[in-house]
Design a binder for this molecule. Sequence first.
Ligand SMILES: Nc1ncnc2c1ncn2[C@@H]1O[C@H](COP(=O)(O)OP(=O)(O)OP(=O)(O)O)[C@@H](O)[C@H]1O
Ligand SMILES: [Mg+2]
Length: 231
Amino acid sequence: MGLGVAWLVLDRLGLTENGVCIINDVSLKVGAGRTAILGPNGAGKSTLLRLMHGLLRPSAGAQHWPAPLTQGMVFQRPVMLRTTALANVEYGLKLRGIKSPERRQRATAALERVGLPAMAGRPARRLSGGEQQRVALARAWALEPQVLFLDEPTASLDPASSREVERIIREIAASGTRIVMTTHNLGQARRIAEEVLFIDSGRVVEQSPVEEFFTRPRHAAAKLFLEEETP
Ligand SMILES: Nc1ncnc2c1ncn2[C@@H]1O[C@H](COP(=O)(O)OP(=O)(O)OP(=O)(O)O)[C@@H](O)[C@H]1O
Ligand SMILES: [Mg+2]
């Protein structure tokens, strides 16, 4: 099941590390434009995201891309190079062989889209956490990936920064990039996602359209999670 035509298929995917089963027999199809992966701490959200992106090799099963798609990923604590914000955004473009002046133009435009044109010349590592997260989003967005994986994109950000990052994520999605994100923020999942994957102890136990998940969760673990997380 799932929304839309599948662009990523997981087939009995599993990951065991040091004898610990972290991802357990996950089969599903992702077809939505905006997917949120929800679940308790340690459930396996980040690991599932890394498997999807191909950063980790499954120890069982496989994933299939019905058509090859370009991918990007932004991590919870983005790694900034010891240079300016603009050079950080340009770096990814440089790796793709894009030469200046196009490289400079695309990086500048990406920084503008995330609301940081004034920070272009600032040392990236001196920026606040929220600003660094936006530079990381600009860096990923400048490459115009067809799929963008986001791991806890607003963890440790204050409400205003979180809202700004949400706005950017919605814009990236509106530009045609498919989004798969983990989050602890249920309001954020509801505001951004079309579909929810709920993971519990390494198993994806529910895949539902977002409103259905929040109003009529089917799985007992999902119900409990929503009760505990909702004030
Ligand atoms: N290399 C490893 N060896 C053993 N256990 C691991 C390894 N990597 C991750 N784990 C464990 O796998 C489980 C899932 O980790 P993961 O980071 O995917 O969870 P998560 O759902 O993203 O949690 P959080 O909400 O805290 O971000 C955790 O119990 C973690 O300790
Ligand atoms: Mg995580």
